[in-house]
Design a protein around this ligand. Structure first.
Ligand code: FAD
Ligand code: SF4
Length: 522
């Protein structure tokens, strides 16, 4: 009989985590590549995502073994279905009476472990995930008495209490809490200049990556997506390299054009750090410290540094707080009662809408899209068209290298699809093709006209925008930030309204009856 087994999940690859506190070399560590996380019917993980998770896990376990730990590692070749199955095998091998695990980032996994422990009379010890700035209970306390939380105030709370960009008089550095208005500029006509390639372009040659790809080709041959390039950090050393590269070559330009998009440019000035943060290869504090040091050394302006820190401690920590606050509510929410299936072009990019084709193809090739591509292209189309929220949510979870339930579900279901009815976001993030045209050069390469709402050349985003305003008129007119759009719809001549609604109906019929996913005509 052994006392405790320490379970390390695929997104808990941190050698400073609480799981290692008081551990001795005789303690058993279990790590498992399970099929439920790779090829489950509802959420089949893509090639890019699977290679990243499995490689990073194998790299981490190799390090643990080199450090002298005992690791029982279940490889994908063993075809273990679930964490429960892995634990049952470990338990049969040698009975244990305690399972220690850092709080999983997915409520469903926490429930699975709890059930397994109950059934096997094993005590479950959940350890704090110290990989965030927020301490247990802090978000819940801050939420007391709030009916509608807002990220901005949570962000200010964290800045004040952690003394981040705060002057000695308690005011924010530069006099403003937020430089968001300076961070929404499109690129000039000549497009983004001096974009440097990500530093890890040779990762496909890394021996662990090669071995994982071989295993995937053999044991999980039908995963979605491509593997022509694989720029993602697979261990802490690589993650540190990615961070240094961002600080040296991109942070200075991060602010101004944070929301902008450009044809054939998947990464622009974004940090590409989300997967390393979410796998826990990097701690948010060290990422913030690096950005603050760049500001102190005058390597980057305040709007870039503040804008970046707001993403990392504002959005990231806020989203996590909301995930755990609403943990049981994410599965079935559908405030707008959206009822359509996800168009099949989401899986192959075969659409004539250039913005979607660009954004989806880069997800297929790299498992990546930046925030505005996710929110205002792939997410926006699903929202306007009326895709069932759980279907688009499953797509995000499957396809993106940084997708873990705690961060992906609130972003997709609440921020992007408004499926929570406005608890997270004060309004649905809706826009017509005008927004995409303003923030990118996609429309210049598209067969549709962003400013037309009806007729054969009409931009489907613009048509479906007005269709959405009409369908949700009652809800939108109560929102001071959107009631004007309802008035604009009502002020359109009846004949124009009819043409727009007919075009919307045509788009629906076409998308619902796609004869073959390779020949989508929209
Ligand atoms: P940068 O643009 O360089 O931003 C810096 C960091 O800020 C990111 O690395 C990330 O850690 C953090 N960040 C920024 N915005 C958010 C946010 N809204 N929520 C949480 N962290 C944020 N992020 C994920 O990490 N995993 C997801 O599965 C995920 N799904 C999303 C789904 C939708 C529909 C939307 C709209 C957003 C989603 N995001 C998700 C948030 C955001 O798009 C990504 O974190 C970001 O694009 C990652 O790229 P980057 O590292 O280059 O980020
Ligand atoms: Fe997208 Fe419409 Fe612009 Fe085409 S015209 S790229 S569909 S927004």
């Amino acid at each position: 009989m052994s006392d405790a087994v320490h379970l390390i999940l695929g997104d808990q690859l941190d050698s400073n985590s609480l799981i290692f506190k008081d551990i001795s070399y005789s303690n058993r560590i279990v790590m498992a590549e399970v099929l439920a996380e790779s090829i489950s019917k509802q959420r089949p993980s893509s090639r890019q995502r699977s290679v990243l998770f499995l490689t990073a896990m194998r790299e981490f376990s190799k390090q643990l073994i080199e450090d002298g730990h005992q690791v029982e590692y279940f490889n994908i070749r063993q075809a273990i279905e679930s964490f429960s199955e892995a634990l049952t095998i470990a338990h049969k091998k040698q009975v244990f009476n305690q399972l220690k695990v850092v709080l999983p980032g997915d409520e469903q996994v926490r429930l699975e472990l709890k059930n397994w422990c109950n059934q096997n009379r094993v005590q479950l010890v959940l350890l704090e995930d110290q990989h965030f700035l927020t301490r247990p209970g802090e978000f819940q306390n801050w939420m007391q008495g709030k009916t509608q939380p807002r990220m901005e105030y949570w962000y200010r709370h964290l800045r004040k209490t952690r003394n981040i960009l705060i002057q000695s008089n308690g005011k924010p550095v530069g006099g403003k809490w937020n430089y968001d208005q300076d961070n929404r500029r499109p690129f000039s006509k000549s497009g983004p200049q001096n974009i440097i390639e990500p530093p890890l372009t040779n990762n496909l040659q890394h021996p662990t990556v090669k071995q994982v790809i071989e295993d995937i080709n053999q044991y999980l041959p039908n995963l979605n997506g491509n593997l022509k390039s694989f720029p993602w950090p697979i261990n802490r050393t690589q993650a540190q390299k990615q961070l240094a590269h961002f600080i040296d070559f991109k942070l200075a330009n991060f602010g101004d054009n944070q929301d902008a998009m450009w044809q054939e440019q998947p990464f622009l000035f974004h940090s590409l750090l989300s997967s390393s943060l979410n796998l826990k290869l990097l701690h948010p504090q060290e990422v913030i410290d690096a950005a603050l040091a760049a500001y102190a050394n005058e390597k980057a302006p305040l709007n870039s540094v503040e804008g970046f820190i707001r993403q990392v401690i504002g959005w990231r920590e806020y989203i996590r707080g909301l995930y755990w606050l609403q943990k049981s509510n994410w599965q079935n929410i559908n405030f707008l009662q959206a009822s359509h299936d996800l168009p099949s072009f989401y899986w192959n990019g075969a659409t004539e809408m250039n913005c979607l084709s660009q954004s989806i193809k880069q997800v297929i090739d790299y498992g990546y899209g930046h925030h505005i591509q996710r929110l205002m292209v792939t997410g926006l189309f699903a929202l306007l068209y009326g895709v069932k929220p759980q279907q688009i949510e499953a797509w995000y979870l499957s396809m993106f290298v940084d997708a873990v339930a705690w961060v992906e579900q609130p972003n997709t279901l609440a921020m992007s699809q408004y499926a929570d009815g406005g608890f997270l976001a004060s309004k649905p993030y809706i826009a017509s093709g005008n927004y995409i045209n303003r923030m990118s050069n996609y429309c210049k390469h598209c067969k549709y006209k962003y400013n037309l709402a009806s007729g054969e050349s009409a931009c489907p985003f613009t048509t479906l925008y007005w269709d959405f305003v009409k369908r949700h008129q009652q809800h939108l007119e109560q929102n001071p930030r959107l009631s004007m759009q309802v008035k604009n719809w009502l002020n359109k001549p009846k004949e124009e309204q009819t043409k727009i609604l007919q075009r919307a109906e045509y788009l629906r019929t076409q998308l619902m009856n796609q004869p073959d996913e390779k020949t989508c005509s929209i």
